[in-house]
Design a protein. Structure first.
Length: 591
């Protein structure tokens, strides 16, 4: 094992320089950084990523689910990126398992399928059986894939420095984007972390109604090898693609009811993950959710009642009861990207949902400020005004008519323009919310995810509400007001005395006060400079006219003229340079 790692290091060092040159060359060829920063020409960026191989394809695929980092046009373009599917020989798989676990395939498994049933750029998955006969899925990473990804990410950071081109932009921050993607990609190839996440999700969600989750075998899940319970089924995408018709144009009511139940279940379980578990699946796209039909006879009524009551046992939310579960299940897969929410942040998100329900802009704005980091000075009134203008059309639009990626990107822009940065945990949650929302709308366009979420948020806040503390706080505030009331006439009298004596001061602040003062200061400096130059010209003229007195006086006058002309020339050049930069900037923005 040590020899293999050493060999991989030697190979990576040997090819490191050539790989760096290739990254720089491709980035220049397709103008990747400028296009990313300005969010233009997504096709060229996609072609560049495909040319650079596995690491960059994975980066593009991750960006296709990050509407908070790139524009909707880039999201759609990156969705077209496909893994370069490679299949390792079984001898390579055996070697990897032996090196990582210290045991041979025959020692660990009773049977092991030599051909994988799934393969991607990171690894391939084989069916196997444990020694006790349990059927499992074994995901084995391709040889040296971890070293390749880590090397490419390190070289990409170097390339940004070599190119010396990471301009500031109000659209996208390249370095911030790279940091987010690097963190997510390294987490995806960390199989030990994925096994831990999977087992935690299993404990919290498996057998919650129709929700299922595979159990991971920790002793057989090491770096590069991931062993989990095999879960039969097919992607929920098959359900999404089924037309809601039967016999011509008549809607199949049974199918419609089924899809409505699936949509509602996804929403309820996701809300449970967020508000109760504070641990949620951050990448719930159709490929990571399986749909499985089971025989109705295998579901006993007493089991069903137990399972469904267990579905929301941890939520403390009031939900309608049903007599039995339907004969199908939803299974979550792939736990490489998970979200963790601190309880106080979950409270803030619940406040945002409640505020959205009231449609009170100030409440919504204050709730948003609570879940954002401040990166500079904030004009809250300006933020509220822009937020009201931004949300007005969405208040009149049904959920199915909202372009969620575009909405998310615009919210990020609004916050950025007001020196706000949404916390990374919230960004991940909003991204997951967008994916679930996309599934829900396709399953049942009539259901509103926010309508389902609002009652849960209210119940969550009521659960957090402590009546005794509220009563004590109210009584304390009442006592303070009662004690202060007799002092009001005395304070009013003192205030009137101050006014009569002319000692009162009133201070006014207005919007963009500092900017306006700086502009006024700049204008005054120009006026003072003009006065000084005019005085210099007048003085020089008098000295030249009096040159008959002495040659030195004449020379002083000439030098005065020269100095004045020099200063005026510098001012003209600076003004032209400033105008040229503004013109060039506008021209670039129009491209």
């Amino acid at each position: 094992m040590q020899m293999t790692e050493k060999k991989a290091d030697v190979v990576s060092k040997k090819d490191r320089h050539a790989r760096l040159l290739k990254i720089i060359s491709v980035f220049r060829k397709y103008d990747v950084l400028f296009n990313l920063v300005r969010q233009r020409n997504p096709y060229m960026v996609r072609i560049a990523f495909e040319e650079l191989g596995v690491t960059f394809i994975k980066i593009g695929q991750m960006l296709s689910t990050r509407a908070d980092l790139v524009s909707p046009e880039f999201v759609e373009e990156f969705k077209q990126l496909q893994d370069n599917v490679t299949v390792d020989d079984f001898s390579v798989v055996e070697k990897t398992i032996k090196e990582q676990t210290g045991h041979t395939v025959d020692e660990l498994f009773r049977t092991f399928a030599e051909k994988p049933f799934a393969s991607a750029s990171i690894g391939q998955t084989h069916l196997a059986k444990l020694q006790d006969g349990t059927q499992v899925a074994v995901k084995v990473q391709h040889e040296n894939v971890k070293e390749i990804v880590e090397t490419d990410l390190a070289l990409l950071e170097q390339a940004l420095t070599v190119l010396k081109f990471a301009p500031e932009s109000n659209v996208i921050d390249v370095r911030k984007t790279l940091f987010e993607i690097k963190k997510a990609l390294l987490a995806e190839i960390d199989t030990k972390s994925e096994a831990e996440n999977g087992n935690k999700f299993y404990r919290l969600n498996n057998d919650q109604g129709i929700i299922r989750s595979p159990r991971f075998y920790s002793e057989l899940s090491v770096q590069g090898v991931l062993t989990s319970e095999y879960m039969p089924g097919e992607s929920i995408k098959r359900i999404l693609d089924e037309p809601l018709v039967q016999d011509g144009e008549q809607v199949d009511q049974k199918q419609k009811k089924e899809r409505h139940f699936l949509a509602e279940t996804l929403v309820r379980n996701f809300i449970k993950q967020v508000f109760t578990d504070h641990f949620f699946h951050a990448d719930p796209h159709p490929g990571n959710i399986l749909f499985t039909r089971i025989k109705e006879k295998s579901v006993q009524a007493d089991e069903v009642e137990h399972h469904f009551s267990k579905q929301f046992a941890r939520t403390d939310f009031t939900v309608s009861q049903i007599k039995k579960l339907p004969p199908y299940r939803l299974t979550y897969l792939d736990f490489g990207m998970m979200g963790h929410l601190p309880p106080n942040l979950a409270d803030g998100i619940a406040n945002v949902i409640i505020a959205l329900n009231t449609k009170d802009i100030r409440d919504i704005g204050q709730s948003l400020l609570a879940i954002c980091d401040r990166t500079g000075k904030i004009d809250e009134e300006k933020f509220y005004s822009e937020l009201a203008f931004f949300l007005a059309p969405y208040f009149k639009t049904e959920l199915g008519g909202i372009d969620f990626p575009e909405l998310l990107f615009q919210i990020m822009q609004l916050c950025h323009d007001n020196n706000l940065r949404i916390k990374s945990e919230v960004t991940l949650l909003v991204k997951a919310f967008g994916l679930i929302e996309g599934l829900v709308v396709q399953l049942d366009p009539e259901i509103s995810m926010l309508d389902v979420a609002r009652p849960f948020a209210r119940e969550y806040m009521l659960k957090k509400f402590n009546l005794q503390n509220e009563v004590e706080d109210s009584m304390f505030n009442f006592w303070r007001a009662f004690v202060a009331t007799p002092q009001i006439p005395v304070k009013v009298n003192k205030f009137l005395d101050i006014l009569m004596q002319g000692q009162a001061q009133i201070r006014f602040n207005y919007k963009d006060q500092e900017t306006m003062l700086k502009k006024i200061e700049g204008m005054l400096n120009k006026v003072v400079t003009a006065i000084i130059l005019a005085a210099t010209i007048v003085g020089s003229s008098l000295l030249v006219q009096a040159s008959s007195a002495h040659p030195i006086v004449y020379n002083l006058g000439v030098w005065g003229y020269a100095a004045t002309l020099f200063v005026v020339a510098i001012m003209i050049i600076n003004n032209l340079k400033k105008r040229f930069k503004e013109w060039r900037k506008k021209r670039k923005e129009k491209k």
